[in-house]
Design a protein around this ligand. Structure first.
Ligand code: FES
Length: 383
């Protein structure tokens, strides 16, 4: 075998190579480069979509006898985050040392996103809606989370011919659609059916009429259930009224009380409207039979076990808020999974929860949309 002799220059090369690591380290140290603790892309994301937004009530408008709009301006940033029409925010209020969170659709904003408008109907037993109507003042500060939500127009999925069906305060998500130029340019036609008890209960009528008068693609049909007037349709939004609109190949978005969803679903079945064309906004259905019942809710969290009363007309999260149990909630409408908990015992009714099939099999629930039907024990998995 041929032997190679190592010459002086090769020995010097090896020596240089041996010292290379140390020299490189010296050069790096000289440059004084510090590893970044944040990245610009993350900074931009947290400016555009902060996890919590501190807002100030800049304006309050009475819309109808039991409905008010609140204009929420950002406190620590110039603009509110971008959102798609149909999305909602979660509003957190503090009352008697307890925090209550509820979701409200964004009913509008200006072109600069200098505010979000949310519109709240006063509900007799609604802690947050009553607080906002009776106690909220100009310049009050709140925290909101979001925007969240899937009640959005998706051009790849939805038709360019749209039908919106709103009942009562269910008009709120549609207002952000009607204000959005990009949406209006994207579609070919839109018919809005808007049902209310009387003309005095129609929220935003003037605003809707103005938008419709400026946009020939949009038509509105007001339907009053308790008042007969020549210029309005009378009764409920039913098969007869929908049949006057050709529903073929149209996407139908529905937002209103649960009773309206159920009756319209029957109509859609009868008219053979394919499910892919129907979209519902989030709604809650309180189990009617047990509304006046009070049960026991036992919560296991970390190494603690707490038992509080829970009522048949309140979600488990609402009972926890009242019982001063710290809650883990974001969306409050069953979508985000932040409140995911395991049902250890008891019967419940749960609506609209986006719970994965495997989770359902393993008895995981979203307590923000779950009502008790008996005494209930849940475990909140916190590590
Ligand atoms: S808080 Fe989002 S699913 Fe319950």
């Amino acid at each position: 075998m041929k032997q190679f002799k190592i010459g002086v220059s090769q020995k010097l090369d090896m020596l240089k190579f041996k010292n290379l690591g140390q020299e490189r380290e010296k050069e790096i140290n000289k440059a004084k480069i510090e590893n970044p603790t944040t990245y610009r892309v993350n900074e931009l994301v947290s400016i555009l979509h902060p996890s919590k937004i501190k807002v100030k009530v800049a304006r309050i408008e009475k819309e109808t006898e039991d409905t008010k709009s609140f204009y929420l301006q950002p406190v620590d940033q110039e603009k509110m985050p971008p959102f798609l029409p149909g999305m909602y925010v979660t509003l957190a209020i503090k009352k008697d040392g307890r925090t209550f969170k509820r979701a409200y659709s964004i009913s509008g904003c200006d072109k600069n996103r200098s505010y979000y408008r949310i519109t709240i109907k006063k509900v007799e037993n609604g802690i947050v809606s009553k607080y906002m109507h009776e106690e909220c003042m100009l310049n009050d500060l709140f925290i909101i989370l979001g925007p969240f939500g899937h009640f959005t127009y998706q051009p790849l999925r939805d038709s360019k011919k749209m039908v919106f069906i709103a009942g009562g305060s269910g008009i709120t998500p549609f207002m952000s659609y009607l204000q959005n130029d990009h949406f209006k340019e994207s579609i070919d036609s839109l018919t809005l059916f808007y049902g209310a008890k009387s003309e005095f209960d129609l929220i935003f009528k003037k605003e809707i009429d103005e938008i419709v008068s400026r946009n020939p693609k949009i038509k509105v049909i007001y339907v009053l259930s308790e008042q007969k007037r020549d210029d309005y349709a009378y009764g409920f939004i039913d098969e007869e009224k929908l049949l006057k609109e050709n529903l073929e190949e149209k996407s139908i978005f529905v937002s209103g009380p649960p009773a309206m969803y159920f009756s319209l679903n029957e109509v859609f079945k009868k008219l053979d409207v394919p499910n892919k064309f129907i979209r519902h906004d989030i709604f809650r259905e309180i189990p009617i039979d047990l509304q006046n019942e009070t049960f026991k809710l036992t919560i296991k969290m970390l190494d603690k076990t707490i038992t509080i009363p829970c009522h048949g007309n309140e979600t488990l999260i609402e009972s926890m808020e009242k019982g001063r149990v710290k809650t883990l909630v974001h969306c409050t409408v069953g979508e985000c999974g932040f409140c995911r908990s395991k049902l250890l015992s008891g019967e419940v009714k749960t609506e609209n929860a986006s719970v994965r099939i495997k989770d359902q099999e393993n008895k995981y629930i979203h307590p923000c949309v779950t009502y008790p039907l008996s005494d209930v024990t849940i475990e909140i998995p916190i590590k």
